[in-house]
Write a protein that binds this ligand. Structure first.
Ligand SMILES: Cc1cc2nc3c(=O)[nH]c(=O)nc-3n(C[C@H](O)[C@H](O)[C@H](O)COP(=O)(O)OP(=O)(O)OC[C@H]3O[C@@H](n4cnc5c(N)ncnc54)[C@H](O)[C@@H]3O)c2cc1C
Length: 340
């Protein structure tokens, strides 16, 4: 099938926040070769390129100039390394949740706690997706990518990707510079349930399979998080802040019940949702945007708003937290096509 270029393509339905956005040009390559050809054309024409996955971690401005590329190649294959380990190679365009459920169903351990995270596999390393005590970096071996500037292909070892909490090289030195085309994961055939986070342990039997764990994670997430197809959102809107021990101790004297998690370097991670909730903002709504009424970390879009309105609303939430706790909140979704 030949590649279809869509001029002035409406992306309102292609981002889970439901923000209005039009791409000057949009193309969805269905093979790595098609992607290479598209990027070649963009370089020759001097178009800026934006990569769009599932649009579940994006704040889109109204107009994206140049070219929006949405990888659609979505194959995967497994290779047995020994009696304990299986290497999985997966294309950027595969749906992450589908991959998790397929591999968990094959009895492979390692990503079952990351079930129901929306989006494509190619986006997963960008913020080193994490949930229920597990991060992608724990199972990721290599990232295959193409540089936008010259079409050069490169394979990066995970150790060179500077993974951190919701962070990676792809949000720093390589921000906006590459298209991730494939991931290599190393999963285990040996039972290794990670049930220490939240209520997970109480939701599965004593010797669960990876599929049982993944299904339990899905149930828990559906109880807590709004489904973007019913109420537009981008999951956690703010990162959990990591603060110096002095500030954490001062706050704990005033709020002994405050959730806090020790981190390396005498620092503490605090729960952004708890801080927002304490400001009385759970369920708070201003026009088109609101704080979700069950999970204060999630901002929701009731319709009719745009990126600027969302950012104003988010800033007002962050200011209230800063004023009350002296803690600065950082946004988690990436901003694209917004100049201010
Ligand atoms: C309801 C909900 C729950 C969520 N829960 C979690 C959670 O538990 N944990 C978590 O970590 N995240 C969570 N998220 C955030 C989001 O799902 C992840 O960040 C996901 O990996 C984004 O994938 P995407 O394909 O939608 O990326 P997009 O939103 O399309 O893009 C995100 C960024 O990645 C870039 N990008 C996308 N694909 C590529 C590629 N192939 N190459 C280079 N750059 C690329 C984009 O340009 C953009 O900068 C949640 C979101 C929602 C809506």
């Amino acid at each position: 099938m030949s590649l279809v270029w869509h001029p002035h393509h409406d992306l309102s339905g292609a981002n889970t926040l439901g923000l209005p956005c039009v791409a000057e040009r949009f193309v969805a390559p269905s093979t790595p070769d098609e992607l290479a050809a598209v990027l070649h054309e963009a370089r020759a024409a001097g178009w800026p390129v934006t990569v769009l996955g599932g649009g579940s971690n994006l704040i889109l401005g109204g107009w994206l100039p140049g070219l929006v590329v949405h990888p659609e190649f979505a194959d995967y294959r497994c290779e047995t390394l020994d009696d304990r380990r299986v290497r999985v190679q997966v294309d950027a365009g595969m749906n992450w949740h589908e991959l998790v459920m397929t591999l968990a169903g094959q009895g492979l351990w390692g990503i079952e706690n990351l079930a129901l995270i929306p989006g494509q596999c190619g986006a997963a390393p960008i913020q080193n997706i994490g949930a229920y005590g597990v991060e992608l970096a724990e199972v990721l071996e290599r990232v295959h990518l193409v540089h936008l500037a010259d079409g050069r292909e490169q394979v990066l070892d995970a150790a060179d990707c500077a993974f951190g909490y919701r962070d990676s090289l792809f949000k720093r030195a390589l921000d906006g510079q590459v298209v991730i085309t494939r991931l290599e994961l190393c999963l285990s055939t040996q039972a290794a349930p990670r049930l220490g986070y939240g209520d997970l342990a109480s939701r599965v039997g004593p010797t669960p399979t990876p599929l049982e764990v993944a299904e339990a994670v899905c149930v828990l997430r559906r109880e807590k998080l709004p489904d973007p197809s019913a109420l537009a959102n981008a999951g956690s809107f703010f990162k959990n802040p990591v603060v110096e021990a002095d500030l954490a101790h001062t706050l704990l004297e005033r709020y002994p019940e405050m959730p806090h998690f020790p981190q390396p370097g005498d620092r503490y991670k605090l729960a952004a949702g708890w801080l927002i909730d304490q400001c009385g903002l759970k369920g708070h709504r201003e026009g088109a945007f609101g704080v979700h009424d069950r999970q204060a970390l999630v901002l929701v879009h009731h319709g009719g708003g745009d990126a600027e309105g969302l950012l104003r609303f988010a800033d007002s939430i962050a200011s209230r937290v800063l004023e009350r706790f002296g803690v600065a909140l950082e946004r988690e979704p990436r901003q694209v096509g917004i100049t201010a």
